[in-house]
Ligand binder design. Structure first.
Ligand code: 4AD
Ligand code: MG
Length: 481
């Protein structure tokens, strides 16, 4: 007999036919004649109940079942066969009366998920087992659904899925937060240093010990912080593209909002100006909210009742709202009126802190807000300069409870302005020769943005920390699995 997912069994007709159930035991209740085993296979939130009545075995393989029951415990894997019938118990439509049972893998008493209600911190320590909990199981199903939603949104709109390289030699955001990729033997370099006189060595010579021409790529290389620059090359050929892949940042920020490895979605569109970019970002976020509410209803019910009360209402409101739009300059005016409430006082030119972002979206507008036209000094080199010469066509999408969800901009499409900016920032134009070529040959206005996938999942699930919405989180001093 073929096994079916519990998700399928739960919505099938309880017509007494024989079915096969495969999964992991969550609970077992064995009292006198009645045995109930709750089995979950992660295909959906709910499990299915196996019921066995000793006083009425109905032709079940009783000797074998009794033998196997002695081996059943929380966490054990089982394959069971039985008849699917309407359940007399409340809260479940169907159950399976047991005809045969096989424990495939026992689960000894040191199984860490015996009881319910573990803290998220504890669960992080058993990241390999935590998907077997209700909470993390639900998060990861939503994550999977939302990945599909991302593709669906862009594919419906004629975008091509573009795979940006993960190893690169350009620092897109210019923040110097890149993880180096090297096959050089650091120990041997250190030994050479010691031989060369180590402490007594001329510090200027120290760099000579590291010869990147001998490194794998013959030059210094890193993991990418963003696929944007490469996406621009394809947008100026295929018109509309998007990336969706891992990015890496060696930011030393130990916060619930940052990961060292996170997934980012970066659409890039030729012939899009900033307003078009903002419209797309708004449509995208609303589309994702609607998808979560309709396609993940059961899991969303759990988050709404157990993780963040009112979550469904909040997301529904977002899906139906018009996002506010305000220039950075006006946003700062708004913040300055409330400077007594902030740890970091706001002023024109300051980089907005999470407290400022949250104030704007949670207190001032009470809905998502897009802040645009930031001072050029606090944004990356590639953004289009405004006629005022001071601000750039950047946009951040801020949402309640999270702060920045999306960062994007219209790109500088003018060759001379871009090369000036590169030089102004002390970067080397020759490192960006290919990027500058896009402005030399058939340049076009173009725009894009980046949405942090984990921030999205956190927003949708109401979870408190990005570390709990990615299977194996990487953060400073955290790479345990
Ligand atoms: O604002 P950021 O740095 O923008 C870029 O990387 C642009 N190249 C995007 C583009 O225009 N194509 O990052 C984009 C988003 C942020 O808004 C945030 O959601 C997320 O990426 N993000 C992080 N998420 C988790 N951990 C981190 N350390 C993150 N840093 C940024
Ligand atoms: Mg940003």
């Amino acid at each position: 007999m073929k096994n079916q997912l519990i998700k399928e069994l739960l919505v099938s007709e309880p017509d007494g036919r024989s079915v096969k159930v495969c999964g992991w035991v969550r609970t077992i209740r064995d009292s006198k004649n009645l045995v109930f085993i709750q089995v979950n296979d992660g295909s959906c939130f709910a499990g299915i109940q196996l019921a066995y009545d000793r006083s009425n075995p109905n032709g079940a393989d009783t000797a074998s079942i009794e033998k196997e029951l002695k081996r059943v415990s929380t966490g054990a894997s089982v394959i069971a066969e039985g008849k699917i019938i309407p359940s007399p118990a409340s809260g479940q439509a169907v159950e399976v009366t047991l005809m045969s049972l096989r424990v495939v893998g026992e689960s000894p008493s040191d199984y860490p998920l015996q009881k319910k209600g573990h803290s998220v911190e504890f669960l992080r320590e058993i990241a390999h087992l935590r998907p077997r909990t209700n909470m993390i199981g639900a998060v990861m199903r939503v994550r999977s659904q939302m990945a599909f939603a991302v593709h669906s949104f862009f594919q419906e709109r004629g975008f091509q899925y573009f795979h940006a390289p993960l190893i690169t030699c350009s620092d897109c955001e210019g923040a110097g937060e890149m993880f180096q990729v090297t096959t050089l033997d650091l120990n041997r370099i250190a030994e050479a240093g010691i031989k060369a006189g180590a402490k007594g060595m001329n510090p200027e010579k120290a760099s000579e010990l590291v010869d990147y021409s001998k490194d794998f790529f013959g030059r210094m290389s890193s993991l990418t912080v963003s696929g944007q620059l490469e996406a621009e090359t394809y947008a100026t050929a295929l018109s509309r593209v998007y990336t969706f892949g891992p990015t890496f940042r060696a930011e030393n920020s130990n916060t619930p909002r940052h990961l060292a490895e996170f997934w980012m979605i970066e659409p890039e569109m030729a012939f899009f100006e900033l307003e078009d970019d903002m419209d797309l970002a708004e449509d995208f976020v609303k589309y994702l909210m609607n998808w979560a509410l309709t396609k993940c209803a059961e899991d969303m019910q759990f988050f709404d009742s157990r993780v963040q009360k009112g979550l469904i209402e909040t997301l529904t409101a977002v899906a139906n709202s018009d996002f506010a739009r305000i220039s950075y300059t006006d946003a700062v005016k708004e913040l300055e009126k409330n400077n007594d409430k902030f740890e970091f006082k706001a002023f024109w030119g300051c980089d907005l802190q999470t407290e400022h972002e949250r104030f704007l979206t949670e207190q001032v507008f009470k809905k998502p807000v897009m802040v645009y036209d930031y001072p050029k000094e606090i944004k990356a080199f590639y953004m289009k300069l405004n006629p005022d010469g001071k601000t750039v066509r950047a946009v951040d999408v801020l949402v309640p409870g999270i702060g920045e969800l999306i960062g994007g901009s219209e790109r500088e499409a003018d060759y001379d302005k871009l090369i000036n900016r590169i030089k102004e920032l002390g970067m080397k134009p020759e490192d960006y020769w290919w990027y500058l070529d896009l402005r030399k040959f058939g340049t076009v206005p173009h725009s894009g943005f980046g949405l942090g996938f984990e921030r999205l999942i956190r927003y949708i699930t109401g979870m408190g920390n990005l570390r709990d919405v990615i299977p194996f989180p990487r953060a400073p001093k955290l790479c345990d699995f």
